[in-house]
Ligand binder design. Structure first.
Ligand code: 6R9
Length: 657
């Protein structure tokens, strides 16, 4: 293309606000009939049979939905199945020799597993875990980086009916201990380390430190990823993964028959109070929903090579690296490392080498690719790509268009998928073979999902006005409760908009949004309690308590400030105890305190010392104001403040730092 053509194309793209799905995509898409929205609405909740039909059931359900005890909904009641059987065994006959997992390590080594091989690995691991004493409903914690043993162990747990609780490897030792204690989890599968930018990173020391904070006996299995690159000794209650599994060579374990409503896994996520929330997902509803959305939104087909570049330690990896794609019998790609090692074209090299059909990634990654420049994707043949997806935060139209043009060559639809750990799978997004795409707007709710944008009193807002997302009807992939905390489940998600007297239950995801006159929803972000760093949700309260733990800190507020690369970055405002003075040393110990308490991902971008925090009369910190200060935005109304003068002082400080 000549330079003038190029410039004209950029100009056209910049102005274009609507994009139609490419014809070549529509012709082959899994879902193409626009009547699907109406069909689901008319046949609700029976429409969800369509999701359940994507799985193999040991026993069929008696009822699609039981809502006797709202909001504790039950789906596919009476149905029985096993998730590992659905993700592995049932593909053996037709697809035993086809690849299930294609793994690539950061240093370039590869490991691939056919369904046959995955079946063997999962069985051996299941046999080993069972002999260690893991029984049905025992929670197994996994603190693992992106190694194949992670999905293998997850599926092994599913096979023996033991729910897993995966803790993101980037989280701190404390985070591991808190989660193991909260779930009374007696088993841990972890790893000696992993590679980051070519260096072997010690992970086992952090795991061991975490185990010291666990208040009960534990058994740990350690995957040896680094070999000679890391010397480590196993403790008394620790076993080497390979040695352990070697004793079970060729062994097979009958998949345990689970009720549809039996727990498949727990996933801890940040909340408004310091304590993480244990989101409970079930076997039948969750798996059906992960499979259905992989089929309808990601257009996954068995012959595809599909790549979601998230970490399995986040819900996106659970639903869309492991359960959804494997339930559909496709090849799922797993990459261990960072996108810019050894060079900034690593992602595109992977797409080219494996001829990836769908790529599902996060806006934070797309912003990085954009910054690095199109010369990196241009070095590779990306023509295998058929669909692109994003998840985790709002994507701005400029990044959307860059993705569309430079990665998708204007011939792949983009699905901007809004959902949450709690929803189990995608909720608001376009169906790629049907709908017009509008960059920046996620799209309409999926068929069968009754979501709207409302004001504080629950009335639907007029098009263009800001409000809050709510969901009026349950769906199969929804969380069933917060582990051991039904009250908190109700408080967090249902209290705000439900009318208990009238028995009207409304799910509140705590996201702000706008709606267009054609029903497209643009997500504006979390209501106020969570900071989204590179697509990872961090609770402000969790960060604040880590800051306050630092000696000399009296009080702290953490907010998210806009950040070019990460989406949001953490800003902390700190009040010191009397007798302590603002210093570089103090700043350093606060940064370290957060890194130790939560993980490097939460590292504060800026630490601002202040004698007071802006508070409402009832004593609530006005985080919204602190966010505006961090972003150097207009402050708007400060009249509800108890101490309005402090605002100018803080503002001056941030600007001069
Ligand atoms: C899947 C996942 C959930 C929160 C959610 C929202 C934000 C996710 C988004 C999005 C705008 C999208 N979010 N996808 N915001 N557009 N396409 O990210 O789960 O880690 O639980 O975070 O992420 O604020 O409420 P989780």
């Amino acid at each position: 293309m000549s330079d003038t053509d190029e410039t004209q194309l950029e100009a056209r793209l910049a102005d274009q606000t609507e994009f139609e799905p490419p014809e070549s995509f529509v012709e082959q898409a899994n879902v193409t009939d626009p009547d699907i929205y109406e069909e689901f609405e008319e046949n609700w909740p029976d429409c969800w049979e369509r999701a359940a039909d994507l799985l193999d059931w040991e026993t069929d359900h008696d009822e699609v939905l039981v809502d006797d005890d709202e909001p504790f909904y039950e789906w596919f009641v009476g149905g029985e199945l096993n998730a590992s059987e659905n993700c592995v065994d049932r593909h053996l006959e037709d697809r035993g020799d086809e690849l299930a997992i294609q793994w690539e390590g950061e240093l370039g080594e590869t490991r691939s597993y056919t369904y046959e091989e995955l079946h063997r690995e999962v069985n051996e691991c299941a046999a080993a875990l069972r002999d260690l004493g893991v029984g049905e409903d025992d929670i197994v914690t996994m603190y693992m980086p992106m190694v194949p043993e992670l999905p293998i162990a997850m599926l092994a747990c599913a096979r023996i009916g033991a729910p897993h609780s995966v803790v993101f490897a980037g989280f701190s030792a404390d985070a591991l201990a808190t989660r193991m204690n909260a779930a009374d989890s007696e088993y841990l599968v972890t790893c000696d380390g992993y590679y980051r930018r070519g260096d072997g990173l010690d992970h086992i020391s952090k795991a061991n430190e975490g185990l010291e904070g666990v208040d009960h006996e534990t058994t740990t299995v350690v995957v040896d990823r680094l070999g000679d690159d890391l010397d480590h000794e196993l403790g008394d209650d620790q076993l080497d993964y390979d040695d352990l599994v070697a004793d079970y060579e060729g062994e097979s374990v009958e998949p345990v028959v689970r009720d549809a409503e039996d727990m498949l896994f727990l996933m801890y996520t940040s909340g408004t109070t310091g304590k993480p929330k244990g989101v409970k997902h079930t076997t039948g509803g969750y798996l059906s929903y992960a499979a259905w959305t992989s089929h309808s939104v990601l257009d996954v087909k068995p012959d595809d090579t599909y790549w979601c570049s998230a970490d399995i330690g986040w819900i996106t990896g659970h639903s869309y690296i492991v359960y959804g794609p494997l339930a559909l019998g496709t090849t799922t790609v797993m990459y261990e490392g960072t996108p810019d090692y050894p060079d900034k074209d690593r992602m595109w090299e992977i797409v080219e080498n494996y001829e990836v059909d769908q790529l599902y990634t996060a806006p934070t990654a797309i912003r990085a690719f954009m910054k690095w420049g199109e010369e990196y994707p241009e070095q590779h043949d990306l023509s295998s790509l058929r669909l692109l997806g994003t998840v985790g935060e709002p994507i701005n139209p400029k990044a959307w268009k860059w993705y569309y043009k430079h990665i998708g060559n204007e011939s792949c639809p983009i699905v901007d998928t809004w959902w949450q750990t709690e929803t189990g799978g995608m909720m608001i997004t376009t169906l790629p073979g049907i709908a017009t795409m509008k960059p920046g707007s996620a799209g309409p709710p999926l068929p069968g999902i009754d979501a709207q944008v409302v004001d504080e009193s629950g009335e639907e807002v007029a098009p263009g006005e800001a409000g809050y997302v709510t969901v009026n009807k349950p769906w199969p992939g929804m969380l069933r409760t917060l582990y051991r905390n039904d009250d908190r489940f109700i408080n967090e998600y249902w209290e705000a908009y439900s009318d208990e007297e009238a028995d009207e239950w409304v799910y509140f995801p705590e996201d702000g949004a706008k709606i267009d006159d054609d029903g497209y929803i643009t997500i504006l972000g979390r209501v106020d309690d969570v900071i989204n760093v590179s697509g990872h949700r961090l609770g402000t309260m969790e960060i604040e308590s880590a800051v306050v733990d630092v000696e000399g800190v009296a009080e702290a507020a953490a907010v998210g400030g806009d950040h070019d690369m990460k989406g949001e970055a953490v800003y902390t405002y700190v009040i010191l105890e009397d007798g302590y003075e603002e210093s570089e040393e103090m700043r350093q110990s606060i940064v370290e305190g957060v890194e130790d308490g939560i993980g490097p991902i939460a590292r504060p971008e800026q630490v601002i010392f202040t004698p007071e925090l802006p508070k409402t009369r009832s004593g609530k910190i006005m985080r919204r104001l602190l966010e505006d200060i961090a972003n150097d935005d207009d402050l708007g109304n400060t009249s509800t403040l108890r101490n309005p003068d402090i605002v100018d002082d803080i503002q001056e400080k941030v600007r001069s730092d």
